[in-house]
Write a protein that binds this ligand. Structure first.
Ligand code: C2E
Ligand code: MG
Ligand code: MG
Length: 710
């Protein structure tokens, strides 16, 4: 048998923590990726800024170069002496001395050429050697020289390929002074400056362009500034490798960054792992707590909570037509075991009962311990509920041997089946109603719920309310029935009997006494009867007064104190009071009963064992508890019409005799019965033959009173 569904209800709350962990991871990952992207972007930007700085440095260098050559050219072309000399006869000598020889090793230029206004060479020197500038530089040079022949043109500077090198070449009209008229054409001075490797090295260090060099093809992956000719065609490039400052910076911080990210990862992994472990631990704790909250440790079965949950889970998961049946089981006589043998034995008995119940029928879905000595069984649909109830009763009927003690206990069972639309609580309520019915019907019964039970319950509730009001409004009364002495038929005492008459008529004590017991009204009722009885007895001295006491009253912890307080208040002699108790309470709560009885006996109150002969009071009970009267039940008198009945009554009277307990026979209705009972030695009699329960006024006009008086 499956004892419990044990399923965890998986709901959204279980996903909060994992979602939080996953969310943290995603955010952390996002931040890590963001940091890498930002750093890379910063590196790229830094590269870009540095590259553009380098490029503008290269431009500045080239422009400075041109400007310097332009300046030198201006000084040499606008020169009166040179103008005169070139137009003179010994111009060759002059040109050689002033320009050619110097060009061999001069910082400002590497070569000088003079051409006439049509571009024909007059003289040319490169590095101190004569050379043909037109042949070396070709058509493009002619273009520049012709354009420069006008005196008002500022120096024209372009880049040319010269031999295997690159030269910056500037041209300017040769003129005596600056105030030349714009018209006319002049000879042209052209100056060359070669871009030699050493010069480029200087530029590299001056402008902080490491690796700067001259390249004729555009180098891949390097920064390059095109050196274009007069027509805009790239002749060569000033190239240098980019410093990639950002990349280097990024490369430099990368190990630290990687380390930080790894550390972050480790930290997160640790946090996630710790969180996960914590979560698991919490879940384990929660499920342990859940088990604890739903399990009864003594029996190992579900407890009340667990059963309600299990029922709810089943009812939610099965179709209405599949409804299960709930059996509520109340043990009989468990309290006596507990009181007699102690709680340890009681606990063990609970375990043994649980074990039997669990195995009593194969159709069970789960079992639970519902309360102290209440159990519950849920059976699957398709099983006969009555059969399951019988099986459970049978299982509990067998004596239990626990800790060396043999205990016989029985049970009452109520059951109800689930119907469409019914919730767990309604099912429990119905089974409970049926259990109530089973207990009413007597021990060892099983009862199925019927709709009448609810109607009865309602009627009972109404009646209970009526009784409460009757007590409030002092509508109850007490009748007194004489108890006569067998010897002379004199009234020896009375039994006080509660009476209640509603607008519908009298209500039997057999109805309202149990009602008062269940609703707790019995305490007020008992007090009321006792007070009325005392008042009755005080007015009639020399007469005992017997008052009935319910088990509920006797077991109340302050019962003895309550009685004593009333007697004291009313100043009534306790020796005139007899309390009638029934044997049931002696079995069910022997300790409480004894405590109360001992205390009250100590002040002189006497006790009568009521309804003797209807239950199973044994000689043992009689010797365990001291009784001053034994009240033989009316049923024993009714049986006097047969031999067997007479034998039973005779034996009972002999028993009381042997124990020296005076006997009162109840329900004596005829003179024959009275005569027979007197004959076999019953000391007292009570019954309609002597007088019905009556009002105090009726009592005073009794002929029996006279008999006593006489
Ligand atoms: P009980 O204590 O055994 O009371 C005797 C019952 O037998 C009374 O029923 C009485 O009216 C009835 N009776 C007496 N003589 C005869 C007779 O010759 N023939 C017949 N047929 N009946 C006779 P009643 O008054 O209906 O009380 C029923 C039970 O209710 C009592 O049984 C007692 O257990 C309980 N009860 C009555 N009053 C009180 C009370 O004030 N407190 C408590 N706790 N229980 C009470
Ligand atoms: Mg009685
Ligand atoms: Mg009785």
């Amino acid at each position: 048998m499956k004892l419990a569904p044990g399923k965890h209800v998986r709901d959204w709350r279980n996903w909060i923590a994992p979602a939080a962990i996953a969310g943290t991871l995603v955010v952390a990952l996002f931040l890590a990726v963001l940091v890498v992207i930002v750093l890379e972007a910063m590196g790229d930007k830094a590269n870009e800024i540095d590259d553009s700085r380098a490029m503008s440095a290269a431009h500045t260098a080239l422009n400075g170069f041109r400007r310097r050559l332009s300046g030198t050219l201006e000084d040499n072309a606008v020169w009166h002496e040179a103008f005169e000399a070139v137009n003179s006869r010994d111009r060759k000598d002059w040109m050689w001395t002033n320009w050619g020889a110097i060009s061999a090793d001069y910082q400002l230029y590497d070569g000088v050429a003079v051409t006439d206004p049509e571009g024909r060479q007059i003289g040319g020197y490169l590095k101190g050697v004569e050379f043909d500038v037109v042949a070396a530089l070709g058509e493009q040079f002619l273009k520049q020289a012709l354009a420069a022949a006008k005196p008002d043109r500022p120096p024209i500077v372009n880049v040319f390929k010269l031999n295997k090198s690159i030269a910056v070449v500037g041209s300017r009209a040769l003129q005596p002074d600056r105030n030349m008229s714009p018209g006319g054409r002049y000879n042209v001075v052209t100056m060359f400056k070669l871009l030699t490797p050493s010069m480029i090295d200087n530029v590299a260090s001056d402008y902080f362009l490491p690796g700067l060099h001259l390249a004729f093809d555009k180098p891949e992956g390097q920064l390059a500034l095109a050196l274009s000719d007069i027509d805009g065609q790239a002749l060569a490039y000033l190239a240098w490798p980019g410093r990639n400052l950002g990349t280097r910076l990024y490369d430099e911080v990368r190990p630290a960054l990687t380390g930080a990210l790894v550390a972050l990862g480790v930290l997160l992994a640790t946090a996630v792992f710790a969180g996960y472990a914590e979560l698991q631990a919490l879940r384990r704790l929660a499920s342990a707590a859940d088990r604890e909250a739903t399990r009864d440790p003594l029996s190992g079965l579900l407890n009340r909570n667990g059963m309600i949950r299990a029922l709810q889970a089943h009812l939610a998961s099965t179709r209405a037509s599949d409804g299960l049946t709930l059996h509520l089981i109340d043990l009989d006589g468990f309290k006596a075991v507990n009181d007699t043998w102690g709680h340890l034995v009681g606990d063990e008995l609970i375990g043994a009962v649980a074990a039997r119940l669990v195995d009593c029928h194969p159709g069970l879905e789960f079992a639970a311990r519902f309360g102290g000595d209440e159990f519950a069984l849920a059976s699957r649909p398709g099983n006969d509920p009555a059969e399951i109830a019988e099986a459970a009763l049978r299982a509990l009927k067998e004596p239990f041997v626990v800790a060396g003690h043999t205990s016989e206990i029985g049970a009452s069972i109520g059951y109800a089946s689930h119907l469409a639309g019914m919730d767990a609580f309604e099912l429990i309520r119905r089974a409970d109603m049926a259990l109530y019915g089973a207990k009413e019907a007597g021990r060892g019964q099983s009862v199925a719920y019927t709709g009448d039970m609810d109607r009865d319950r309602e009627a009972v509730a109404e009646l209970e309310e009526l009784l409460r009001r009757a007590l409030d409004d002092d509508e109850l009364s007490v009748a007194f029935q004489p108890v006569v002495s067998s010897d002379n038929a004199a009234v020896a005492g009375v039994e006080a009997l509660a009476r209640w008459t509603t607008q519908q008529g009298p209500v039997s004590p057999d109805v309202f006494i149990p009602l008062a017991e269940k609703s707790g009204l019995i305490f007020r009722l008992g007090e009321f009867v006792l007070e009325r009885s005392i008042r009755f007895a005080e007015a009639r001295p020399g007469m005992d007064i017997a008052v009935n006491v319910s088990p509920t009253q006797l077991c109340a912890h302050d019962f003895a104190e309550g009685i004593m307080a009333i007697l004291e208040r009313e100043n009534f002699d306790p020796r005139r009071l007899i309390l009638e108790v029934t044997e049931g309470v002696l079995f069910d709560s022997p300790l409480q009963a004894r405590r109360a009885m001992d205390a009250l006996r100590a002040i002189g109150i006497r006790f009568a064992l009521d309804d003797f002969g209807t239950g199973y009071a044994s000689i043992g009970t009689l010797s365990h508890f001291t009784f001053d009267r034994l009240k033989l039940d009316r049923s024993l008198v009714l049986a006097l019409d047969n031999e067997r009945g007479r034998a039973v009554l005779g034996a009972t009277v002999s028993l009381a005799d042997a124990l020296a307990i005076p006997v009162i026979v109840e329900g004596v209705e005829t003179a024959e019965q009275a005569g027979y009972l007197r004959q076999i030695g019953c000391q007292f009699m009570q019954g309609y033959h002597f007088g019905k329960p009556m009002s105090p006024a009726d009592f005073d006009s009794l002929p029996g009173r006279m008999a006593r008086a006489g």
